[in-house]
Design a protein around this ligand. Structure first.
Ligand SMILES: NC(=O)c1ccc[n+]([C@@H]2O[C@H](COP(=O)([O-])OP(=O)(O)OC[C@H]3O[C@@H](n4cnc5c(N)ncnc54)[C@H](O)[C@@H]3O)[C@@H](O)[C@H]2O)c1
Ligand SMILES: [Zn+2]
Length: 344
């Protein structure tokens, strides 16, 4: 598969299946974390032929997706004397991918990087599309830049070691794409047995093709790409308020989709049976659908920290039936609070 970007007349390759031999005539810095290194680094090193290969590990976890870790990556790059022609490889989940994308985007004003995602979430979503960044005390992904990878290698074999909970978190992003863009894909997921490797690859391929199409249309998120934030407006607040780490990103997004669906139901954008079908699919994949908000007012206030909340107007991304999505602003605060109270 090739992803093309309207704005730049460039594109890059997304490779599916066994990780091929990578012959790279340059210095390479692999960035990963100790867990992934322990499980899969030897496999990766066995496939790389390069001038010099270095490896840098960042502690595991969303809490480390911060400036300090980016500094550590940059420091490793300087210590090993990487230059403008060198390459970084993001080897891990979305946390590593987002940080390496950012670090490579600012190192010497930007060098190439490759994504080798090892979680389902990263394979179906975060490794494709060029959004990079880190969190800070004000919220998720508030600092970052658009930096497209040179190539993405999606090898489902890496998922063999992924814990079940992490698989579910990745499936939340898959459900997101189906609900927003593709009713047929939604039906496919309802009948899917993901323990079958071929089915899994078909699912990943379909999810990536949806994401690639959306990014092609709207790389910088001025329009339709914002739909990929369905469930995220709520989900980011859940992640922030519960302290990064309690809920996995995909789990928070699952709950966030339920909140968005509750609002969509109240606005007659979806029917009760569609609401129930989405809930059932999330549950089938082991994604949480319930949450206890402590204080609805402070939850509401948090919307205004989101970088997508322009001019103090909250833009809600809501399903319109299954396979369709719409944006709604100017929803009365009282209605939003009513919806939030259903999650107390
Ligand atoms: N840039 C984007 O477009 C985009 C899109 C969606 C999500 N994200 C970001 O992605 C992040 C979430 O990514 P994630 O869910 O991959 O989390 P993650 O990177 O924290 O990985 C989840 C866990 O799985 C472990 N792991 C990774 N690969 C493994 C393997 N093969 N076997 C066993 N364990 C493995 C990791 O060490 C970690 O403990 C969030 O920070 C989110 O903001 C970015
Ligand atoms: Zn997400």
């Amino acid at each position: 598969m090739r992803i093309t970007l309207k704005s730049q007349d460039i594109g890059y390759k997304i490779h599916f299946g066994d990780l091929p031999k990578l012959t790279l005539d340059k210095k390479v810095l692999i960035v990963t974390n100790p867990k992934i290194a322990g499980l899969h680094l030897q496999t990766l090193l066995g496939q790389i032929q390069a001038k010099e290969v270095y490896c840098c590990t960042i502690p595991d976890g969303e809490v480390y997706k911060d400036f300090k870790s980016v500094e550590a990556i940059l420091e490793a790059a300087f210590i090993h004397r990487l230059d403008r022609k060198s390459l970084m490889i993001a080897f891990g989940g979305g946390v590593i991918g987002d940080m390496v994308g950012f670090a490579s985007g600012i190192f010497m004003r930007g060098i190439d990087f490759i994504q080798i995602p090892t979680t389902l979430l990263a394979q179906v979503d975060s490794s494709v599309g060029g959004k990079t960044g880190i969190n800070n005390s004000f919220g998720k992904n508030l600092v970052g830049l658009f930096h497209q990878p040179q190539v993405v290698y999606i090898d489902p074999k890496f998922l063999n070691t992924l814990p079940k909970r992490e698989m579910s978190a990745g499936l939340a992003e898959v459900v997101k794409m189906a609900v927003c863009f593709d009713k047929e894909f939604f039906r496919f997921l309802e009948n899917l047995d993901i323990s079958n490797e071929n089915n899994l690859l078909t699912m990943i391929h379909k999810a990536v093709s949806i994401k690639a199409q959306v990014v092609k249309e709207d790389e910088k998120e001025q329009g339709i790409r914002a739909a990929l934030n369905y469930g995220h407006t709520f989900g980011h607040i859940i992640e922030l308020q519960s302290g990064y780490g309690k809920y996995l990103h995909g789990e928070a997004v699952g709950i966030g989709m339920m909140m968005a669906n509750t609002l969509a139901l109240a606005l007659d954008l979806i029917k009760q049976e569609e609401f129930d079908a989405i809930k059932a699919l999330l549950e089938k994949f082991g994604i949480p659908t319930t949450y206890a908000i402590k204080n609805v007012e402070s939850f509401y206030e948090s919307f205004f920290l989101d970088k997508k909340t322009l001019d103090a107007r909250i833009k809600f991304i809501l399903p319109q039936g299954i396979g369709n999505v719409c944006f709604r602003e100017n929803i009365p605060k009282a209605l939003v609070l009513d919806i939030l109270r259903e999650f107390m």
